[in-house]
Design a protein. Structure first.
Length: 367
């Protein structure tokens, strides 16, 4: 159960970020959690080994760093990765420098603040761009050298070796950070491309390549889903089957290319005549199916009757020289009057369509 909740949390968290920053944001979130835990542990240690003004100074410093990292965590959770990355980096940079500048003697007996300078540079290489990282590294190392040269408390220590060690470890860590980030970016790009390819394949698998309408497979999936929804909510549902009158003769007379162009025009015409919630599919050949959720039999007959009249006014262009106006026949079925299953509704709409054909075409028939 805990794993399920954690997975849901990270999935929701990734959705708040862009595809390019989602993986980095998750890594930053984990780091921020670890850093807050370290600040808490440090506060406990400081309370145990310090007293007086020194204790107050370190507690104030830790409180300020906790506030900064808390703000960075808030921005990260809100999907603002850049702000979170900058605040986290500022926190890592300011922490050791406040400690060194306000209490220089700490460096003589404790190299932890200096080590944090190296860690902050490595963190920059992971979170920020190469130019920003190099700039921050040069400023920090230059500042460290200047501080050691002009601080009497530090002249006794072997500072050249110390600076060289910090510069070396920071350089190695930074290069590793750049390399890891590049690899992560490549993996992320490949993953995103794979998702786009899968989405494209899914799109192609449910669309008719000629008309761009949904295909029969999608129609069956959608109609089955709408039937279940109508049954669950007690709503109406209408299914319309329609085809072009005399389409075979048009194909035989003008050829398949003009016939295909006519199918495309009819598909666009049907799409313009439906609501956003309706679904238009190419069933096969010149047959089309319309799924009309929350639409009764009477409403559906009225709507397609208007479409039947409008199709005669549809401009065909110069590709098909039909002397007489184009006409279409319609068959309408409704849930639950004509059936409660996908097969029953399609069969009822098909029967109604052929009843329109037998009655002379260019008609609307409802069961």
């Amino acid at each position: 159960m805990k794993e399920k909740h954690a997975g849901a949390f990270f999935a929701s968290f990734r959705k708040r970020h862009t595809e390019d920053t989602a993986r980095q944001a998750v890594s930053l979130l984990v780091f921020q959690g670890i850093f807050l835990s370290l600040l808490l542990a440090t506060a406990i240690l400081v309370i145990c080994v310090n007293s007086g003004s020194r204790l107050l100074f370190y507690l104030a410093l830790l409180f300020g760093l906790s506030a900064l990292i808390g703000a960075a965590l808030f921005f990260n959770l809100r999907g603002k990765y850049k702000s979170a990355a900058w605040l986290t980096t500022i926190c890592m940079v300011l922490g050791p420098w406040f400690s060194i500048l306000l209490d220089p003697a700490v460096v003589a007996g404790d190299f932890v603040p200096l080590v944090y300078i190296g860690i902050s540079i490595q963190l920059c290489s992971i979170l920020l761009s190469e130019r920003v990282t190099i700039g921050i590294a040069l400023v920090q190392l230059s500042g460290l050298i200047a501080f050691i040269l002009f601080s009497p408390a530090l002249r006794a220590i072997n500072w050249p070796s110390l600076v060289a060690f910090i510069a070396f470890t920071a350089t190695i860590g930074t290069l590793a950070g750049f390399s890891n980030r590049k690899q992560l970016e490549q993996i992320e790009q490949q993953r995103n491309q794979l998702q786009r390819d899968e989405a494209k394949l899914r799109e192609l698998s449910v669309h008719d390549p000629l008309t761009g309408l949904y295909n029969r497979r999608y129609m069956e999936e959608t109609l089955d889903r709408e039937i279940k929804r109508a049954l669950r909510k007690g709503r109406s549902l209408a299914v319309v089957m329609t085809d072009i009158d005399g389409f075979k003769a048009i194909n035989d007379t003008f050829g398949h290319v003009p016939g295909d162009m006519l199918l495309v025009r009819v598909a666009k015409f049907l799409m313009k005549g439906v609501r956003a919630s309706d679904v238009v599919c190419r069933y096969g050949g010149d047959e089309f199916v319309l799924i009309l959720p929350e639409c009764s039999l009477e409403e559906a007959i009225l709507r397609v009757s208007e479409m039947r009249i409008d199709v005669e006014k549809m401009p065909l262009g110069e590709d098909v020289s039909i002397k007489e106006p184009l006409t279409m026949s319609f068959g309408v079925a409704a849930f639950p009057e004509n059936g409660t299953t996908l097969e029953a509704l399609i069969e009822a709409a098909d029967r109604a369509l052929y009843a329109s054909k037998r009655a002379g075409r260019n008609r609307v028939n409802g069961n």
